[in-house]
Ligand binder design. Sequence first.
Ligand SMILES: *[C@@H]1O[C@H](CO)[C@@H](O)[C@H](O)[C@H]1NC(C)=O
Ligand SMILES: *[C@@H]1O[C@H](CO)[C@@H](O)[C@H](O)[C@H]1NC(C)=O
Ligand SMILES: *[C@@H]1O[C@H](CO)[C@@H](O)[C@H](O)[C@H]1NC(C)=O
Ligand SMILES: *[C@@H]1O[C@H](CO)[C@@H](O)[C@H](O)[C@H]1NC(C)=O
Length: 646
Amino acid sequence: MTQAQKQQKPSLYLEVCCQSEEPRLSLKTSIVLFLLSYCECKCFKAFLVSSRPPDHRKLPEFLDVSASQPEDLPQLVKGCRLPAVLDETGRLCRAGLAVVLRHIINKTLEVDPSRNDVQALLGFKKTCLKACAEVSKWTRLCEIGIPSAVEEHLQNPTNQYQQLPLFILTLEQRLAEPVKVHNDDKIRRQKLHEQRQNEKNDSPGGKVHVDNESQPGQSAQVPDTVELRAALAKLSVEPVPALTTRENSEIRKVKTTALPPLERVFAEGLYFTLTDVVLLPCIYQYLCSLQDHTACTLRRLPHLRQWYSRVQEVPGVLRAAKACGMTLSIANFSMTRTLEESVEDNPTTLPEQEQHQEMTTELPFVGGPRPTLTKLKENGIEAVFAPHPRPGWTLPWDNLPGAINPAEGKMSNIRAVRKRQQLNNLVAMVIDLARPGYTIVDFCSGTGHVGIALAHMLPDCQVILIENKEESLVRAQSRSTELDLKNIGFIQANLDYFIGPFHIGVALHACGVATDMVMEHCIQARAAFVISPCCYGFIQNAVNFTFPKSKGFQETLTNKEHMILCRFADQTAVQLPPERRCIGKQCMGLVDLDRSWAAETHGYSVQVMTMEPESCSPKNNMLVGRPKQKSGLEISANQKEAVAQN
Ligand SMILES: *[C@@H]1O[C@H](CO)[C@@H](O)[C@H](O)[C@H]1NC(C)=O
Ligand SMILES: *[C@@H]1O[C@H](CO)[C@@H](O)[C@H](O)[C@H]1NC(C)=O
Ligand SMILES: *[C@@H]1O[C@H](CO)[C@@H](O)[C@H](O)[C@H]1NC(C)=O
Ligand SMILES: *[C@@H]1O[C@H](CO)[C@@H](O)[C@H](O)[C@H]1NC(C)=O
């Protein structure tokens, strides 16, 4: 590929599975292709990444597709899980299903802002699948849970007789739940109005009010409900019919709490969104496979089948599916639901009640941190802060280009001073650890203060900035372009999607478990780390980590007691009384001590220190970890590079 071609369009890299004898498109690839088809998006040059040439028959014809060998991928893309998009500059890579899908929507709308149907996919406040999988159980279910459950099922479709995957059951149950949508009052009143009309019609002598538009025949498969009409109206940009008649005032008097609940129409609620786009290729393949192998199982998924036939009502869905080789209308699973069926075969309750709300549960709090601190002390555990090896070291701020300086932005003067102080601390530690040829990753990079300073100070190293928030990363990229930095790359993704080798991981103010995720990532890559944690109170929202993490703490504290430490670790704000802040700092030190002990069991030496000056942030802890080697300190850069390339 020549440079000129590369600059025409962003490149979209898609995964092909080669485990079986026939290379086939992965489910995630099918989802991306389906969205491209739905959007009729021609903004990308697509590459099917595979060691063997895949079957081109199922690809949308309008798409510009070629094959690529995994080893030929650009370096930045190689470091990411697919799907991924590399922008025209070759410096910004977007990776992961949700990020790539949202980007396709963005590109489609940039070309054609009139595509309301495409805009609507992003849902209310345009947040559909935006929260990352670590935070949102719903994103996790849709982005990871369902696709991988179906992928697993497809590997071995006959084996799972009658056993429905938990994720599928969760979805089935979710589809049965009534919905709340923003401003649903109007639709619920409309529904009440229609219910009353129907009652009147049914009662003899009542005023007959036949609605000639809804033909009885039509309602057999897809019932003509207020919900469905509202949902489809949204896509065609027609307003929901408003109440106009005398009933209006009568209906309007009904209290909100007395209004009928709305039935779920699509996965997120009333409206067809990106979530449905993700689910359709998965559920299509899953239902087809059940049909072929264990058709009776279909009876246990009434809501899923109903959803599946509703989705086909959405304008554009059948066309898009056909273009990707999904012949939806042939696969017709909408058996009529009998009463017995819905009684007998209702999906069994889930083994563990999965809740779908975002996790905002606060621990009921009793007492202060003192009993916990005392307990630790009695067991010989106290916060230890290692001395700062480079107190007073500072970046040459006066001689640095403006774009590196945090004062550049809209930051207040005092915040800019503190930010510079924080950067001094992290950069000093990284410079100590870095060797020529190292790759340094700035996790949670935000607008790139740390990463850009590092790239400037360490021209012999490669710096990669990873950030989930697009706006931040785009700003980081434009600042780096201004500085003409060559040794820098950008990845918009959850850090899960970064799999490339690196030598040092950095994170400034990694919130809650983000600190633990970065540490885990570094440990897996045998990389050193320099992390300043933040928002200890969020630690209780952990999905993937159990606290305390280390054996020493586990033997002394229960999870609840540890959470007390986390909670009080956040009480270090300057406006608090000094003794409270002092306890806060101790709690912070203890939470990080537990983290450092856990890392030490993986062969690391870890120090918890305080950034200089202490006032640079209320969250002024810094964890510095180095992988221990049998001989000497670390493997040389060259050796590591060789390992990485194998
Ligand atoms: C697409 O993304 C860019 C960068 O974040 C943003 O500035 C732009 O407003 C988005 N466009 C649309 C149509 O959403
Ligand atoms: C949880 O941890 C496992 C194993 O380390 C990892 O494979 C998975 O991606 C993690 N999930 C999340 C949501 O972080
Ligand atoms: C509606 O249906 C009724 C009874 O079937 C019929 O008499 C009437 O003409 C129809 N009205 C319209 C507008 O089609
Ligand atoms: C699907 O099956 C139902 C019931 O068997 C039938 O009434 C309907 O016409 C079928 N739809 C399609 C599109 O084949």
